[in-house]
Design a protein around this ligand. Structure first.
Ligand code: GSH
Length: 164
């Protein structure tokens, strides 16, 4: 029996959330998630860059969110049927990554800058990212329908869902 993937992260959605959704979409059962407060205490060699998320899967300890998502999406046939579909999925997911990073930066910014930066992020989300996602939503919708008929789902759709 193959072992269930083991997820290590903080007690938050954060950078693990897309992986949780992707595994759920792939119908993969995961072991209990390990929520670390001090992940630098994990055994030597677990952390390539002293960062979480980590996903233990198929005998590997994967780090770097995009590497984790790409592995899971490829393994479960959720990463497009050809390089054109894959390029579209990459475009959408890179946009989501940019948006997510902008939001993460708010956590560490100086308290006196927070209101102005939050307003700027909101403005970009509304005027740059949501219109782009809406514009591609027809393509995504078409791909989703096609994917359902072909029994596949796109990584992008899975990544997008928790953000919308
Ligand atoms: N590029 C990495 C970034 C990972 C990352 O920054 N993780 C944070 C937690 S969300 C972390 O471990 N920070 C501690 C540090 O960088 O020292 C990824 O996408 O997985």
């Amino acid at each position: 029996m193959t072992e269930k993937p083991k997820l290590h992260y903080l007690n938050a959605r954060g950078r693990m959330e897309s992986t949780r959704w992707l595994l759920a979409a792939a119908g993969v059962e995961v072991g209990p998630e390990l929520r670390h407060l001090k992940w630098n205490l994990l055994p030597d060699g677990s952390l390539l860059f002293q960062q979480v998320p980590i996903v233990e899967i198929d005998g590997m300890k994967l780090v770097q969110t995009r590497a984790i998502l790409n592995y899971i999406a490829s393994k479960y046939n959720l990463y497009g049927k050809d390089i054109k579909e894959r390029a579209l999925i990459d475009m959408y997911t890179e946009g989501i990554v940019d948006l997510t990073e902008m939001v993460f930066l708010l956590i560490t910014c100086q308290p006196e800058e927070r209101d102005a930066k939050t307003a700027l992020v909101k403005e970009k989300i509304q005027n740059r990212y949501f219109p782009a996602f809406e514009k591609v939503s027809e393509t995504v919708h078409a791909l989703t329908l096609k994917a359902f008929y072909e029994n596949r789902l796109g990584e992008a759709i899975v990544s997008l869902t928790p953000k919308l």
